[in-house]
Design a protein around this ligand. Structure first.
Ligand code: SF4
Ligand code: SF4
Length: 434
């Protein structure tokens, strides 16, 4: 007899009931939730999702095809955490809930979960596969064929095409695949390691190049341990806790061996995940202390740069109007809002116009734009309206995924803007002084 599909949360990563019950149902989080704003449905709100998770844990509800799509549509942007007066750790609850569904082997998981797992295990965590998969598109861009490919992509992929088109443009740049010592200024003030990540070097290489130049200019020796791996954030978000733990262990070992003063991360999503490695190892007394020690060495690139006295000296002018998209995992997960603004404010000639909702998600959310293209598109459109209203020529972010998503939106809407990491603009400003 075939076993019935599992419909209860199981495995080592089930959410803590006390955390779920810390929700006091006040609803303060609703106006900041992009999926609630888009649908007006309580089931697509933080409070609604917590109610569903709590009911599954109490055995009042099954984790079936009627319930799981509401968990799946969550961007995991964590805007609800910022709004919550009760400090509900929503991001961890959602990651654990998804991990518990994966562990249960539920046959009723939405199709998008299988697509996500396939990409995570076979492409994202394996740089050689990612490079091979991107090779034909990279070749096409080298011959200037992206304009020929674009209409076909729009016909074939519909809403998904913006995300893929942005990556076509990104492939024009030479990939960043360097490891070992990246920069060694005379008498360095610190030795730091750069997380090179999974897709970043392939799709946003200029971000890494700019980060290395900025750190070297500020007197840091920069290394990239060759044994490092993908940070595992996307795996954790998708409920692949085992995959995330395996990658986290590789990184802890690799960065410990590098003996650096700090680990620098220019991708807010990766930085947030690495600062929270301890949560992945909460049931593992052997790895927990190492994960905690490691997390203390992790710094977002903007956070680290602004901690260096004199970072704001020697800057050249950039005459442009700029705005800042607070990447969700920088603002909501890491609580960093001032550092990117301090950098932009230091650049002479730069006019900064704030977005109406700078800390609302852009719809990139890791693999969300690929697995939930309609909601991703809806959320992006609202972001583009906000950007367009500022008249910004430069849209700064602190995360490669946001940069690609916004760059794709800029192309499809025909805006006269460019999207880049805050450190890329800082690097431009240093170079403008020469
Ligand atoms: S993480 Fe974002 S999308 Fe998910 S419930 Fe919270 S605010 Fe809404
Ligand atoms: S703001 Fe916090 S406590 Fe209030 S409903 Fe949302 S998650 Fe629950």
């Amino acid at each position: 007899m075939t076993a019935p599909p599992a419909t209860r949360f199981t495995g080592p990563d089930v959410p803590l009931l006390a955390d779920v019950r810390s929700c006091i149902h006040c609803g303060f989080c609703l106006p900041s939730c992009p999926t609630y704003i888009a649908t007006g449905s309580e089931l697509e709100s933080p409070r609604g999702r917590l109610h569903l998770i709590g009911a599954i844990m109490d055995g009042r509800l099954e984790a079936n095809e009627h319930v799981l799509p509401h968990l799946d549509l969550c961007l995991q942007c964590r805007a609800c955490e910022t709004a919550c007066p009760s400090n509900v750790p929503f991001g961890q609850i959602m990651e654990d809930a998804r991990a518990a569904v994966v562990a249960s082997g539920s046959a009723t998981r939405p199709r998008s979960w299988s697509l996500r797992m396939l990409l995570l295990r076979n492409v994202i965590a394996r740089p050689e596969v990612l490079r091979t998969a991107l090779a034909p598109a990279r070749l096409a861009t080298r011959f200037g064929l992206q304009e020929t490919v674009r209409p076909w992509l729009r016909r074939t992929l519909g809403d998904r095409s913006a995300a893929v088109e942005a990556q076509l443009d990104a492939l024009v740049a030479r990939p960043f695949r360097r490891a070992g010592v990246l920069a060694r200024p005379p008498e360095p003030r610190a030795r730091v390691a750069l997380l090179t990540g999974c897709v970043h070097g392939e799709l946003t290489p200029r971000m890494h190049e700019a980060t290395v130049r900025v750190l070297a200019r500020l007197g840091c020796e920069v290394v990239a341990p060759p044994a490092q791996a993908c940070c595992g954030a996307l795996h954790a978000h998708a409920g692949d806790a085992e995959g995330a733990r395996a990658l986290a262990k590789r990184n802890i070992v690799a960065f410990e061996a590098a003996q650096v003063d700090a680990v620098i991360v220019n991708a807010a999503g990766c930085g947030a995940a690495m600062k929270e490695y301890a949560h992945l190892f909460r049931n593992d007394p052997d790895w927990l202390p190492r994960a905690e020690r490691f997390a203390d060495t992790v710094h977002d690139a903007t956070e680290y740069v602004t901690s260096i006295e004199g970072f704001d000296r020697g800057l050249g002018p950039i005459d442009a109007v700029a705005t800042l998209q607070d990447s969700c995992h920088l603002a909501h997960a890491q609580g960093i809002r001032e550092a990117p603004r301090r950098i932009l404010q230091a650049i002479p000639g730069l006019q900064i116009r704030e977005l109406k909702t700078p800390d609302r998600c852009c719809g990139a959310a890791g693999l969300f734009s690929l697995v939930q293209p309609e909601m991703s598109h809806t959320v992006l459109e609202a972001k583009l309206d906000d950007i367009e209203a500022t008249g910004a020529e430069v849209v700064c972010t602190s995360n490669p995924g946001c940069t690609l998503q916004i760059a794709g939106g800029i192309v499809s809407r025909g805006l006269e803007s460019r999207a880049m990491h805050v450190l890329e603009l800082l690097d431009e400003s240093y170079r403008a002084r020469r």
